[in-house]
Design a protein around this ligand. Structure first.
Ligand code: ATP
Length: 235
């Protein structure tokens, strides 16, 4: 089966000459949860931003569902939902208005049934009329996911979805991600936490200093760590 995302020979050098990504090759399979695990500054956000077409690579090529992210941006973009690390929502809007507006940005016809499904999947239905400002941090993060899913993307990127949240909220987020995978969405998430990658991912890629040093299915990676064939420094 051809991959839903294909990244080949991707490099990024910032203006300062700093090489943030060095020759990344990565295929993502439709329907999987892929975790990109790495310490601060490894290049996770840079990689996601380039795959999503927000930043340009210095070298390399990315296709999303066969569409080149640069040459065929609109088609590729419509397949992607992105939940960035920072929360971007209008505090005064309701949950429903926030998520519906986001769909409108894609020029898609209204589909209240889809918005309702997304809000129900994320346990936000009871809060649909609440103003964003009244929600807890965990619920706001769910609204960000609902926004990202509003236009029915096939792929969802979650950049450190549980950074700075407590253990209970983290577990709640894991549940949400599993529900989304069951509904057919392919998920790529970044994390610092090995236990999060172990809990959720089908495959794990380890990134350090701009290079993907290993990609394994979860069981193989855990075995290597258990046998001390591999050690990770993630902080
Ligand atoms: P974190 O886990 O802290 O979010 P990360 O793995 O997502 O880190 P990136 O944010 O992708 O890492 O950053 C990778 C490297 O590139 C870091 O050393 C960072 O300082 C550098 N970097 C990021 N953006 C820029 C920029 N606009 N100009 C120069 N260097 C940058």
């Amino acid at each position: 089966m051809s991959p839903i995302i294909s990244v080949s020979n991707l490099s990024k050098t910032y203006g300062s000459g700093f090489k943030a990504l060095k020759g990344i090759n990565l295929d993502i399979v439709k329907g999987e949860i892929f975790a990109l695990l790495g310490p601060n500054g490894a290049g996770k956000t840079t990689l996601i931003s380039i795959i999503c077409g927000i930043a340009n690579p210095s070298e390399g090529r990315i296709t999303i569902g066969g569409h080149d992210i640069i040459a065929d941006y609109r088609a590729a973009r419509s397949m992607i939902g992105l939940v960035p690390q920072e929360l971007h929502t209008d505090a005064f809007e309701s949950v429903w208005a926030t998520v519906s507006f986001s769909r409108g940005l894609f020029g898609k016809p209204k589909n209240p049934a889809h918005i309702e499904k997304v809000l129900r999947d994320l346990s936000l239905w009871d809060k649909k009329d609440d103003k964003i400002i009244t929600l807890s941090g965990g619920m706001k993060r769910r609204v960000m996911i609902a926004k990202a899913l509003s236009h029915e993307p096939q792929i969802l990127f979650l950049d450190e979805p549980t950074a700075g949240v407590d253990v209970e909220l983290r577990k709640g987020m894991w549940e949400v991600v599993r529900t989304l995978q069951a509904s057919g969405v392919t998920i790529i998430l970044t994390t610092h936490y090995i236990e999060e990658a172990e809990e959720m991912a089908d495959r794990i890629g380890i990134i350090n200093k701009g290079e993907i040093i290993l990609i394994e299915d979860k069981a193989t990676l855990m075995q290597k760590l258990g046998k001390k064939e591999l050690t990770l420094q993630l902080q």
